[in-house]
Write a protein that binds this ligand. Structure first.
Ligand code: SF4
Length: 275
């Protein structure tokens, strides 16, 4: 495979984007665009759905079809799109606030239904766009605009929730490990059934500055120093809570919603024809 730029999938007339300097969102946008090109998908056969938040603006920058919805509901719109037209490649882009906190219920049920779509959550550890409030994934003890003394709540392991809900594919990477991330996104889109990729990318503007990562490069260094491939992570005896287990966490092939629905439909139609 030659050089892949992904540029054909980026709405270049809408650049520059409105994300802060040093934010990982642009890195993820590039990785997804290159994954589309690697898979040789036609832009008009891709539908990107989003909700609200910094990463929820990403649909503006893709030269694909897009559906920008309400907060926490990006997966419900995606479910509708896929149910009506299973031929489309549907990719849902959410932050941790949108996807795992306000929209957590939709995430659980999209995975349980095993909808054939790909959800990509950029976990920036807070509600970046609305002022840096803590979300369900803010690590316990960390400072945010609504937890000046430290977050009293335990953080949610989103990948574990999605895996337990029945997703066919679950993976985690970071905004620093961009080559590995691209490969995981390709695998996720190729996978039949619900696929999920979590990308750890601490928000430098709201979260990093409050948590000893004064400049964006320190957020990247945090990712570089703390990411551990899942096979090594599973062998560790002393699990430090700052470590990030990366790689493919789940890969199976349970029947997806559309296949199950078609089975039921064809049985009913078969009975009618016999009458
Ligand atoms: Fe990125 Fe945070 Fe700025 Fe939002 S507020 S664009 S997540 S750095």
């Amino acid at each position: 495979m030659g050089y892949v730029s992904g540029l054909a999938y980026v709405a270049q007339d809408r650049l520059p984007h409105n994300w802060c300097s040093g934010c990982g969102n642009g890195i993820v946008l590039g990785a997804i665009s290159r994954a589309f090109e690697t898979l040789n998908l036609k832009p008009n056969e891709i539908v990107v759905t989003t909700g609200i938040g910094c990463w929820g603006k990403a649909d503006d920058y893709f030269a694909t079809s897009a559906l920008h919805g309400t907060h926490g509901r990006a997966l419900s719109f995606a479910t509708g799109v896929k149910a009506v037209n299973p031929e489309l490649t549907v990719v849902t882009l959410m932050g941790d606030g949108d996807g795992a906190t306000i929209g957590g219920n939709h995430l659980v049920h999209a995975a349980r239904r095993n909808m054939d779509l790909t959800a990509i959550v950029v976990n920036n550890y807070n509600y970046g766009m609305t002022g840096g409030q803590y979300s369900a994934t803010t690590p316990q003890g960390k400072r945010t605009s609504t937890s000046h003394l430290g977050n009293p709540e335990r953080e949610l392991d989103v990948c574990s929730v999605v895996a337990a809900s029945g997703a066919n594919y679950v993976a985690r990477s970071t905004a620093y490990h961009v080559t590995a991330l691209e490969k995981l996104i390709v695998q996720a889109i190729e996978k039949k059934g619900f696929s999920f990729v979590e990308i750890i990318s601490p928000c430098p503007t709201q979260y990093g500055r409050r948590n000893a990562m004064k400049i964006p490069v320190e957020s990247m260094k945090y990712l570089k120093d703390n990411a551990v491939p899942i096979n090594k992570y599973q062998q560790l005896e002393d699990l430090d809570s700052s470590l990030i287990a990366t790689g493919v966490l789940v890969d199976k092939s349970a029947p997806d919603f559309t296949s199950q629905y078609e089975n039921i439909r064809s049985k009913v139609l078969g009975k009618k024809e016999k009458r």
